[in-house]
Design a protein around this ligand. Structure first.
Ligand code: CS2
Length: 488
C-alpha cells in the first residue's frame, strides 16, 4: 500500500473511521508539546482534537521530540495526522486525530523550537518527557552537574534540555512583551507541576537572578494527573490499521478505552474548554496523583518485573498468572491505607477497574516496556508509599518485593533475559554491582546507595533488610515460592 494517510487522502478512507470535522487549513497552534511520544498522541492530543472538533481551532499542537526524529519522520509526510486505535475484547475503534499541526526535532534545529515557543499565539506548553528528562539528583533537586544543564546554562541560544528551552523562551517572550505561557507537566511524577516549577526556577537561577524572580512571579505550572495505557506501536498494528483505512499510516497509536486527565485549573493566559470533554479541572490534583502513582503505576512496575522473571511478555499474560494476580491484590491492600480516599476517590472501585484494564486481552502491553527506568520510577511508585506506611506504623513487606523484583530482573539480563531487554540510567552502576557477586544484603545496600532510595529516612535500614530477604528468596526459590511466602 503506497498511498499515505494525509489531509488529501483522508477523504477517501473507510467511512467507519472518525476524522476531524474542522478544516485543518484554518487552524492555528496554541500549544507546544515537548515529548512527542505515543502517550501524548493517545491522550492530550485527543482531548485537544475534541476541542478543535468543537470549534476551538486555535489550540492546535506543535509537537517537539527532544531526542529522536522517528515520530517526525513518520508524521510529517502525513501532514501530522495519525490514527488512534482503541481496543478491548469487543473489537477496535479507529479515529484519525488532526490536532498535531507540525512536528520538530529539537537537536536538529533548536532555533525552530525556540521560535515556536515564542509565538504569541502559543499560550500553553505541555510536557511528556518521562521521569529521567527532569534531570534530578539523588536528593530530587536539579542536577546542576549534569553536562546538559551546564551546557544550557552557558549556551542559552542553543538549548538541549527542557529547562534550556523553557527558560530561554520565557526570557525572550518577556523581553518582547508577549504574555507568558503556562507550563503543564503531564509526566508521572508526584506534584509534577510544583516539581517542574521548582526545577525551572533552580535552572533560571543558574542563568540570571532577575529571570529567576520573573519565573517565580509570572509562570504558572499547574499539576496534572494523566492516565491511559498506551503500548508501543508494533508493525502488526501498522499493517492492520493501514489495511482498515485503505491508506498507509506509518505511526498509528493503539490504546485502551479508559482515559482520564485531572488538571489544576491555573491557566492565566487561557486554555481550551477541556472540561467539555471529560477533563476534570480541580483545585488540587494531589489526591488523584497519589492514587494513580501508588495503585496503578506501582502495580504496573510490580507486574512488569515479576512478569519478566516468570517469562510473561505482556501485562495481561502476567496478570493472568494466579501467583502474580494474588500478589498484586495484596500489594494494593498494603498501599491503600497510605491514601486518603474520600472526595469521590473510591479506592476499591479504582482497583476493580484496574483489574479489568490489566485483563484487556487486546492490549499487548509489553512488560519490558514498563520495566525501563525503574530507578527513576520506583521512588514515587513504591518508596513513598512504603515510607508513609512505615511512618504510620504499618506494614511495607509486600511493597518491598517490587524493588527486589526490579533488582532480580536487572540481574537476569544477559542470562535468563536478553541483555538489553530493558534499560535504566543506572545500568553502568548496576552492572558493576552485579559483577561483584555480593550477598543479597550487600547487593541491595549498594543498589539503594546508587539509586538514592529512602535516602535520609529512619526506615532505610529496615527497607534494605526487607528487600534483601525477598531478593534472597527470588535468587534461590524463584518467583512462585517467593510470592506464596510473601503473602502468607
Ligand atoms: C507505565 C505507564 O510504562 C510505565 O511505566 O506504568 O506508562 C502507564 O501505562 C501510564 O502511566 C498509564 O496511565
Amino acid at each position: 500500500m503506497n498511498r499515505r494517510l494525509s489531509d488529501a487522502t483522508m477523504r477517501s478512507i473507510s467511512a467507519e473511521v472518525a476524522r476531524p470535522s474542522y478544516d485543518r487549513a484554518r487552524t492555528k497552534a496554541g500549544i507546544v508539546h515537548l515529548g512527542l511520544g505515543a502517550f501524548h498522541r493517545a491522550h492530550q492530543a485527543v482531548f485537544v482534537d475534541d476541542c478543535m472538533n468543537n470549534g476551538e481551532c486555535d489550540w492546535g499542537i506543535v509537537g517537539v521530540s527532544l531526542r529522536s526524529p522517528e515520530t517526525r519522520d513518520a508524521l510529517s509526510p502525513q501532514d501530522g495526522i495519525y490514527t488512534l486505535s482503541v481496543v478491548d475484547g469487543s473489537g477496535e475503534k479507529l479515529r484519525v486525530v488532526g490536532s498535531i499541526l507540525r512536528s520538530l526535532v529539537a537537536p536538529e534545529n533548536p532555533q525552530a523550537v525556540l521560535s515556536e515557543l515564542c509565538d504569541p499565539s502559543v499560550r500553553i506548553v505541555t510536557l511528556t518527557v518521562t521521569e529521567k528528562a527532569y534531570l534530578r539528583d539523588a536528593g530530587s533537586d536539579l542536577d546542576i552537574n549534569h553536562r546538559d544543564i551546564i551546557w544550557d546554562s552557558q549556551n542559552p541560544n542553543n538549548p538541549r534540555t527542557l529547562y534550556g528551552f523553557l527558560v530561554e523562551s520565557i526570557a525572550r517572550r518577556a523581553a518582547g512583551g508577549t504574555v507568558p505561557f503556562t507550563v503543564l507537566s503531564c509526566d508521572n511524577l508526584p506534584a509534577n507541576g510544583a516539581t517542574l516549577r521548582r526545577l525551572l526556577i533552580a535552572f533560571a537561577g543558574l542563568r540570571d537572578p532577575n529571570l529567576k524572580r520573573f519565573i517565580e512571579r509570572e509562570i504558572s505550572c499547574p499539576s496534572s494527573m494523566v492516565d491511559r495505557i498506551v503500548p508501543a506501536t508494533t508493525n502488526d498494528d501498522r499493517t492492520r490499521i493501514s489495511t482498515a483505512l485503505g491508506v498507509s499510516d506509518a505511526w498509528p497509536v493503539t490504546t485502551e478505552p479508559f482515559l482520564q486527565w485531572v488538571i489544576e485549573d491555573d491557566f492565566p493566559s487561557g486554555r481550551p474548554r477541556w472540561e467539555s470533554f471529560g477533563v476534570e479541572m480541580v483545585a488540587d490534583v494531589a489526591p488523584f496523583e497519589d492514587m494513580k502513582l501508588r495503585l496503578l503505576n506501582g502495580s504496573h512496575s510490580t507486574i512488569a518485573y515479576l512478569g519478566l522473571l516468570s517469562g510473561h511478555a505482556t501485562v495481561s499474560e502476567a496478570f493472568s498468572d494466579p501467583a502474580i494476580r494474588a500478589f498484586v491484590s495484596c500489594l494494593w491492600g498494603e498501599a491503600k491505607p497510605s491514601l486518603p480516599g474520600g472526595k469521590g476517590l473510591r479506592l476499591d472501585a479504582y482497583t476493580d477497574e484496574l483489574t479489568k484494564r490489566y485483563d484487556n486481552p487486546a492490549l499487548k502491553h509489553r512488560t519490558a516496556q514498563i520495566a525501563n527506568d525503574g530507578s527513576q520510577k520506583l521512588p514515587q511508585r513504591i518508596m513513598t508509599t512504603a515510607l508513609d506506611r512505615a511512618a504510620a506504623g504499618g506494614s511495607f513487606r509486600m511493597l518491598m518485593l517490587t524493588p527486589a523484583a526490579w533488582i532480580a530482573a536487572c540481574e537476569a539480563r544477559g542470562s535468563t533475559l536478553p541483555s538489553a531487554h530493558f534499560t535504566d540510567p543506572l545500568d553502568g552502576q548496576l552492572t558493576a554491582i552485579f559483577a561483584r557477586r555480593l550477598t543479597s544484603l550487600e547487593t541491595v545496600r549498594s543498589v539503594f546507595d546508587a539509586a538514592g532510595f529512602a535516602n535520609g529516612s529512619p526506615f532505610r535500614q529496615a527497607f534494605i533488610e526487607q528487600v534483601a530477604t525477598h531478593l534472597e528468596s527470588l535468587r534461590t526459590n524463584g518467583v512462585v515460592k517467593t510470592l506464596k511466602e510473601g503473602i502468607t
